[in-house]
Design a protein around this ligand. Structure first.
Ligand SMILES: O=C(O)CCC(=O)C(=O)O
Ligand SMILES: [Fe+2]
Length: 375
């Protein structure tokens, strides 16, 4: 396979940490890596409904829209995705029930500090997605709370291929769940939602393959037991809502400025706005609301894999409302044991590969480790 290069693989963990922090810093200090882009900043809405048809021509047309979004803002909305509204509402309602209804002691028992894969409950002010933030004297604590879980075969509508390994290659199930007694219906609600989103992500990835001038099934063998961390997130209502600040620092920050780590993210949000995206000319742009949509954004691993052709764009969350905000991001990765080198359609004599081969799980694990102060 063109992307497998196990023999030439070398550990690039330090490189991953340094390169991503440098990228983030460059975007946040007015020397933005994508600053020269002339494209107007938009978060387009793409109706992917026709991509479920048998017409390759229809799928190729949607793929072209995806390419346009991925090479400019790195963000787009999808509608026509086929995920039932009741499944979407059920997971948001579960998030509300978990964060506001479950006693603190029960949540603490599931604390991510007990998990080497960062699974479980994350209280406010525990992780910082922008590692630079906790070193800054004027750092604002992150107000979000989270509950994190990852892929397991029982959540995969295909049943998986039995080959799933954790981020570090271990043959274990890294997830931990609240008991049925403490949060009735928790696992079933997660399973229904996760199954829908995993299938949607695999479908989208076929469109991504077309969008990159690759055969439509190019990624399929790499997503048979894929990494797929997901989170329930809770952003408390603001007690002192402030309008969007054109400067980068805000007194109250839900989730600090960051780019995501994996291939792409499928994001579901409750009604309160809050997601803000850094435009190429260094302005925070509130993500537009599109009813019934998911927001899709390119993440760093795919940016790297595409040699920088697809943009992983910096974003953050600030709840500027008196309404609680909930969201459910799903971070789609390929099989964690897969080593990749730059996609063949993204290298040329003029644009040679900028990146050495890398193993998916190790890259993601290193990025996760970098978010905890104590590490
Ligand atoms: O909550 C949101 O809207 C975005 C969450 C996010 O960016 C993340 O978890 O990486
Ligand atoms: Fe994110």
């Amino acid at each position: 396979m063109a992307t497998a290069a196990a023999s030439s693989y070398s550990s690039t963990q330090t490189e991953a940490r340094q390169a991503t922090q440098a990228y983030l810093d460059s975007r946040l200090t007015n020397g933005g890596a994508t600053k020269s882009s002339q494209s107007p900043f938009t978060v387009p809405e793409i109706n992917i409904g026709p991509s479920f048809s048998a017409s390759l021509e229809a799928r190729t047309r949607i793929a072209a829209q995806i390419r346009e979004a991925c090479t400019t803002s790195g963000f787009f909305h999808i509608t026509g995705h086929g995920v039932p509204e009741e499944t979407r509402q059920a997971i948001l309602a579960l998030a509300k029930r978990f964060f506001t209804g479950v006693p603190h002691s029960k949540k603490e028992a599931l604390h991510v500090k007990h998990s080497k894969y960062f699974r479980g409950y994350e209280p406010a002010d525990y992780t910082y997605v922008n590692p630079g933030d906790w070193e800054a004297a004027d750092a604002a604590p992150e107000t979000k709370e989270g509950f994190n879980w990852g892929y397991e075969a029982g959540l995969d509508p295909t049943g998986g291929d039995g080959q799933y390994r954790e981020l570090d290659g271990e043959d274990v199930n890294g997830n931990s769940w609240p008991s049925e007694e403490d949060v009735p219906g928790f696992y079933e609600t997660i399973k229904a939602y996760y199954g829908e989103i995993l299938s949607l992500a695999r479908h989208l990835f076929r469109l991504f393959a077309l969008s990159l001038d690759l055969p439509e099934d190019y990624f399929d063998p790499m997503t048979t037991h894929p990494g797929g961390i997901a989170r329930l997130l809770y952003y408390p209502a603001s007690t002192n809502p402030q309008p969007l600040n054109p400067e980068h620092k805000d007194a109250e920050i839900g989730l600090g400025a960051h780019s995501d780590y994996e291939c792409f993210t499928v994001l579901l949000c409750s009604t309160a706005p809050g997601l803000e995206i850094l435009s190429p000319d260094d302005k925070w742009i509130p993500a537009p609301a599109v009813e019934g949509s998911f927001i899709i954004n390119v993440a760093d691993f795919l940016m790297r894999w595409t040699n920088g052709v697809y943009k992983s764009t910096v974003h953050r969350v600030v709840n500027r409302t008196r309404e609680e905000r909930y969201s459910v991001p799903f971070f789609f990765s390929i099989n964690y044991d897969q080593v990749v080198e730059t996609l063949p359609s993204c290298v040329s004599l003029e644009n040679p590969s900028k990146y050495p081969p890398i193993k998916a799980g190790e890259y993601v694990l290193e990025r996760l480790r970098a978010t905890v102060k104590e590490s």
